[in-house]
Design a protein around this ligand. Sequence first.
Ligand code: AP5
Ligand code: NA
Length: 331
Amino acid sequence: MCNPLLDIQTTVEKSFLDKWGLKENDAILCDDKHNDMFTELTKDFTVEYIPGGAAQNSLRVAQWILNSPNRTVFFGAVGKDQYGELLATKAKEAGVNVQYQINETVKTGTCAALINGTHRSLCAHLAAANTFTQDHLQKEENQKIIEQAKYFYVTGFFITVCPPAIIQLATHSAEFNKTFTLNLSAPFISQFFFDKLSEIIPLVDVLFGNEDEAAAFANAHGWETTCVKEIALKAAALPKKSTKPRLVVFTQGPEPVVVVEGDKVTEYPVTRLPKEEIVDTNGAGDAFVGGFLSQFIQGKGIEASVACGSYAAQEIIKKHGCTVPSVCKYH
Ligand code: AP5
Ligand code: NA
């Protein structure tokens, strides 16, 4: 469950980012002062329209690896328009069973993905995605899907939209001894939505994030450390509703993936991609999660899950946006 967004991707200079008050490597929500930015982008730049939205990216990647359709279902809200249809088509092509809540009056959300060098700045305009309501989950057909599901994945991004829906899924998961997984998604979630995040954490069995998100999470807790391992240990040890030990998985670009299981830390090295093979890192984290979950839901161990996560991330880094080659060579 997450925000389904259409990415509007282009390459920009630092001056463009400065003009709109954006950082080189960040993910933020838009406010009205960015409306003209979208107009400028579509008018003056050559842009690519790529299906995005963090969890939807992860599911498309997971389906690509699983290579058997409809193993995953996606909930989120879109508008009744061309962009929404495009997102649904691309997700279905990838094998994701999309169950959108459709808002007839608000446009499908978009995300400016502004590539600068090997960095990317994301500026999301949630629009219809922001109007998701919990009653979508109460629909009979969706209740059935939830009952059948064994694993749940929600992004931190969705905390800005509908925390009650997240709590509903997470509570169901805990009650039936299923697995609930969450991504920290972006530093601003810990910075500005910490109360809501903290209500969800006790229900989280697997927590994903990158090093910046880990640092923001630590800072919000008042933990005086930027050591990713230490933060992962502390996050794993936070109070938890069920007795299953919490798994924490923090990526750090080309640096090792830090995994804490209960109180045990393991670092999994990443094979660094040569510079000339890096097209853009947009979607790397999402792809990692998709690859990881594709193995994890099959009961494969953590090592195999991390290896597949890294494989998927690298395939995405070699292409524009969060797109995959047509054939998956992973076995
Ligand atoms: P977003 O979540 O921003 O990007 P990402 O997938 O996380 O990509 P990052 O570049 O941030 O990666 P990361 O830092 O998480 O991972 P890391 O570098 O550690 O996703 C983009 C999407 O977000 C867009 O499609 C957009 O629509 C969506 N979005 C934005 N705002 C949203 C909102 N409000 N709601 C919903 N959706 C929203 O790398 C991970 C792994 O990659 C590493 O562990 C490693 O295995 C591999 N890797 C990375 N770098 C290298 C390297 N140099 N060599 C080899 N392997 C590497
Ligand atoms: Na990320």
